[in-house]
Design a protein around this ligand. Structure first.
Ligand SMILES: Nc1ncnc2c1ncn2[C@@H]1O[C@H](COP(=O)(O)OP(=O)(O)OP(=O)(O)O)[C@@H](O)[C@H]1O
Ligand SMILES: [Mg+2]
Length: 228
């Protein structure tokens, strides 16, 4: 059903981490497919460690020639389809964006991530024109500091949030041990133990608030589409 892609041509902006967190949250209640289209295959490697929630299916993308079929098949099978894209602008990225009901653009509160995010927005607008329909998108600030944000970080986030034409998720993904540990320990944040990492409760709360907001956005954009 709804297809949510994670795109930003800036490497390390948090695409894979935010895609995995969302997929695991949604898979607590609904059948969810997570398509691993990151050439380093981090989600596929993560899944090999401990598997994942019962309702989560991981599909490893082959190449740009198969992504449309993979998304179509996953949409027919699952309540949610999440696509983790590679950190470069490519034909594969364009195909996935053109099939998306929502493109999430993860970015750190840093200038280079901001420039790359603006490039992705341009790409989404081009895809929207080609498809003759608006493809909704939203910025997601990632790896944000909970306390003592730098002045630069605050300034960049404020500039984006003040720009009416650039939707930004209220929720941020904080910089947390629990989130990076998943790729080492495997499983979801709900499987982590207090002996594994600090402050699991805050990490769970963060992931939950983020996933709820994404579901709300999808619901609202479906209503808008139906009313049009
Ligand atoms: N919220 C977070 N808290 C802690 N560490 C994080 C967080 N988000 C990302 N990281 C770490 O930062 C690095 C890059 O993150 P990630 O792989 O999610 O980015 P990416 O955009 O998918 O990168 P690429 O463009 O290479 O695919 C990883 O080592 C990851 O563990
Ligand atoms: Mg990645």
């Amino acid at each position: 059903m709804p297809v949510i892609s994670f795109a930003n041509s800036k490497g390390g902006s948090g695409k894979t981490t935010s895609a995995l967190l969302l997929a695991c949250e949604l898979a607590q209640y609904k059948d969810t497919t997570l398509i691993d289209a990151d050439p380093r295959r981090p989600i596929t490697e993560w899944y090999k460690i401990k598997g994942g929630p019962d309702r989560l299916k991981v599909v490893t993308n082959s190449d740009e020639n198969t992504i449309l079929d993979e998304i179509e098949q996953a949409s027919a099978e699952s309540s949610f389809v999440i696509v983790d894209l590679e950190g470069v602008a490519s034909r594969l990225t364009s195909y996935a964006i053109s099939m998306s009901d929502l493109v999430i653009i993860p970015m750190k509160e840093q200038q280079q991530d901001a420039w790359a995010a603006m490039d992705v927005i341009k790409q989404i607008k081009m895809e929207s024109r080609a498809r003759r329909t608006m493809i909704p998108f939203s910025i997601l600030f990632t790896q944000t500091r909970v306390v003592a944000k730098s002045r630069t970080a605050r300034h960049i986030a404020e500039q984006f949030r003040a720009t009416k034409t650039i939707p930004c998720l209220q929720a941020e993904i904080n910089d947390r041990d629990a989130f990076s540990a998943l790729f080492n320990i495997g499983g979801t944040i709900h499987d982590l133990k207090t002996s594994d990492v600090n402050n699991i409760t805050a990490a769970k709360e963060n992931a939950n608030v983020y996933a709820e907001e994404v579901v709300r956005i999808l619901r609202e954009s479906k209503k808008t589409k139906e009313a049009a």
